[in-house]
Each structure stands twice: as C-alpha cells, then as structure tokens.
Design a protein. Structure first.
Length: 417
C-alpha cells in the first residue's frame, strides 16, 4: 500500500456505460504525476453515457472510488469527472479590446479575458471548457504571448465546449450523493485526446474515435485544440448484444465470444473452427456450438454499421485535407482484434489504436485503450485547467469548494442552467 502523501491529491472518475473507474494520483517534486491507486467496478444505471438509475450508478461510483482509496491508502474529497454522452458542442468565440497603440500589459489580458467570460454564455447549455486558443494583434497577426507588443486592438479566440444541462446535473448529483465534491466535469474527448494523442498530432490534425461500450465519440483536433465533435449512440456493447440475441446465449458468454474469438477481419479458416457458445450457461442448458464464421458474420455486420457512421461523422466534420492525417482509435472497443486494420481499409486513412501514454505507477490492468479518458482526466487535473474563467476569476471566490472550476460548475448549476 502506498504511503499517504504531502502533495495535493488528484482524483479522476470516469463513469462509462460498462465500467466506472477511478484513479488517484499525486505530483512528484518535479510535477510529474504518480498514480497511487486505481479502482474499477462494473457500471450500473448508465446507458449510452447517460445516468438512468441514480441509486445503482451512485453505488458503482462509491465502490470504484473506495477500491482506489484502499489501494492508495488515502481518502479523497473531490474528483475530476468525465462526461461523454451526447449533446456536446464545440465552438470558437472571438472578443477584442481597444489598446490605442500602447504596449500590451497583463491587465489588458485580464480585461480581455473578463470580456471573454461574457461572450461565452451559451444560453441553456453549461459551458464545460473555455480556453483561450489564439491571441490576435490588430485582427491579423497570431501571437502566442502578446504582453509587451504594441497594438491598436488585442483579440482572443476562445474555444468553448458546452453540454446540455440535465444530464450534467444528474452526473453531478450522483457524485455528490457518493459524498464527493466535483472539481470539474470534463468532456471526455478532451481528456482522451490528452491521454493518447501526441502534441504533434493535435497540432497538425488528427481524428480521435473513442469507441466505448455504449457511445462512440468522434472528435477532430487541429492547431492544438478540439475543433469539432460528433457523438454516435452506438458502441462495442451493441456487438455483444447482437451475439447474445442471435445465438440465444447470456450476456457474459456473448462478451467472452466477442473478446476471445471475435475479430473485425474474416478468414477462410473461420468455417472450420467450432466454438462452445454457452460456456457459462446454467446446468442443464443445451450446449450451443457455432462456427467462428457465424460469429464473425454477426460482429462484422455491426462493425460495418459503426464504421459507416464514423465515416459519415468524419465527412460531416470536414476531416479532409492531407490523406496522411491519421485516425486514432481508442476506448475499450479498440481492443476488438484487427479493428484498426478494418477501419483503415474503409476510411482510407492510417488508423492506429491509441493507448494512454503511461503514468508512473499506472497498473498494467488500467493502461489499455479503455482507460484513455481516465488517464487524460488525471493529466488535465495535474496540469491545471488553463480555463479562461479560472484565469479571469483567479481565486477571488472564497473557500475550497468554490474555487476555480469548482465554483464555476456550482455557480452554473445554481443559476439553473
Ligand atoms: N478484446 C475486446 N474485444 C472486443 N471488445 C472489447 C474487448 N475488450 C473490451 N471490449 C469492449 O469495450 C467496451 C468497453 O469500453 P469502454 O470501457 O471504453 O466503455 P465505457 O467507458 O464503459 O462506456 P462508454 O464510454 O461508451 O459510456 C465493452 O463493450 C467491451 O466489450
Ligand atoms: Mg467511456
């Protein structure tokens, strides 16, 4: 068991449709994250990323967090949680201030960002992220660091990600019901991108496809920011459900058939391979034997549908340009054998499986593609949010619960968004 630590604790919580996972980390002296413990529980009461049963989902959260706490030897007060269901929007807002030719001072940036806070109101939606993406001087020159430059006008492009309020409220509610504070709710494509894309890919252009159990999130990243996203209400669990329905086996067997014998690519040998389909059936059940080719037909059917929808989403988002721009496939569904090869053929682009870049102390069992969002949450938490509202508000709001991102979320919820 790890020793309790003096360093601040970071806790990440990913509530998915198939699993709830928690990770507790701290920063080493040199600001590197070190994982102290992880926990995972089967998810209950979550469908396609939405909370559908308060009690069941709260229980799963409590258990996953307790496991991570036991392994870490510490207790946590609050978490960075992910939101990956539908209804996320991504836009860029632009604001500028008059400078009259003088040198840009830090106070000008503060004034600009304060003005930016007014501009990011998204009506009934809750703003999850508002990041200054790019500063402009006199409407034209893009600059990284404007302080000290002379200009007539200073502008900023703010990248805003917002989501529908009711599902966020439910997420917030069950986490609090499990006696945890909510430090921030992060859009899962933002977290997953941080975990499994390289800085260069995010800069030059890449599509990230997170194939979860119930949801597939497609996001485009360019110039270092997320520039578009689409959510498809289909996932790897649909493949298992198809297998269960077609062969009349229970869900556990269907899952086993998919994970051990399944693949996205067929082979002529599949006709000759016989598989016991109802391994875990109750005593007395008639054994069901199928050929691997029969299993493959069911899997392929769903994978084709899913890939078709991913292709449409990519086209909708305008993912064109250099053919070299890759697609990175992550989420638990990326573990299906040969899925990257299959998608590469259909999408006509390089497709690679994205695993989270590892963190010190991350257990092997939690380092596969299903944990990209969880690891990305911890990375984001460890690096500070960089959010415009934190920069602009600073720590003016009193009290631990009300600081920065926390205060923002609570305020948004209190204001009835
Ligand atoms: N080897 C494998 N072959 C095929 N599918 C797999 C394999 N391993 C895991 N999966 C599938 O991955 C899915 C779980 O993925 P993940 O953990 O990313 O989903 P989640 O976060 O719980 O759900 P969501 O993000 O969709 O709400 C399950 O449907 C599981 O069957
Ligand atoms: Mg997920």
């Amino acid at each position: 068991m790890a020793q309790a630590t003096e360093q601040p604790l970071i806790a990440a919580l990913d509530i998915g449709s198939s699993k709830v996972s928690a990770l507790i980390a701290t920063t080493d002296g040199d600001d590197r994250l070190r994982v102290l413990g992880t926990g995972q529980r089967e998810s209950r009461g979550v469908k396609r990323g939405y909370i559908t049963d308060i009690e069941a989902s709260e229980f799963a959260v409590r258990e996953a967090v307790e496991l991570a706490e036991r392994m870490s030897g510490v207790t946590i007060d609050d978490v960075w949680a992910s939101y990956g269901a539908g209804g996320l929007t991504s836009e860029v807002a632009n604001v500028d201030v008059e400078l009259g030719g003088h040198q840009v001072e830090p106070s000008d940036i503060e004034a600009l960002l304060s003005q930016g806070r007014q501009a990011i109101d998204r009506g009934g939606k809750v703003v999850l992220h508002a990041h200054p993406a790019l500063y402009t001087i006199d409407g034209a020159h893009e600059v990284q660091q404007p302080v000290g430059l002379h200009a007539d006008r200073l502008g900023v492009d703010i990248h805003v990600i917002a989501a529908d309020a009711p599902p966020l409220r439910n997420l917030d509610y069950i986490i609090r019901a499990a006696h945890l504070g909510v430090r921030a709710i992060v859009a899962s494509p933002i977290a997953a991108a941080l975990a499994c894309l390289t800085d260069e890919e995010r800069e030059l252009g890449v599509a990230l496809v997170e194939l979860g159990a119930g949801v597939t999130n497609v996001s485009l990243h360019y110039g270092g920011i997320l520039v578009g996203l689409r959510s498809i209400p289909l996932g790897a669990k649909d493949i298992s459900d198809d297998i269960a329905a077609t062969f009349g086996v229970n869900r556990r067997d269907a899952e086993r058939l998919k994970c051990f014998y399944g693949s996205a690519m067929t082979s002529p040998r599949d006709n000759h391979e016989l598989i016991d389909a109802n391994h875990g059936a109750d005593d007395g059940a008639e054994p069901v034997r199928i050929t691997r080719a029969q299993l493959m037909m069911v899997i392929r059917h769903r994978v084709e549908e899913l890939t078709g929808q991913i292709d449409t989403a990519l086209k909708d988002l305008g993912f064109g340009g250099p053919i070299g721009r890759p697609v990175v496939l992550t989420g638990g569904g990326a573990e299906l054998k040969n899925i990257a090869d299959y998608m590469q053929g259909v999408l006509g682009r390089t497709v690679r499986v994205g695993r989270p870049r590892t963190l010190a102390g991350l257990p092997e069992a939690h380092s596969g593609p299903a944990f990209s969002t969880l690891v990305g949450l911890a990375r984001l938490a460890g690096s500070g949010s960089g959010d415009i509202r934190d920069i602009a508000i600073g720590t003016a709001v009193q009290g631990r619960q009300a600081k920065g991102v926390v205060g923002r979320l609570i305020n948004a919820l209190r204001q009835g968004y």
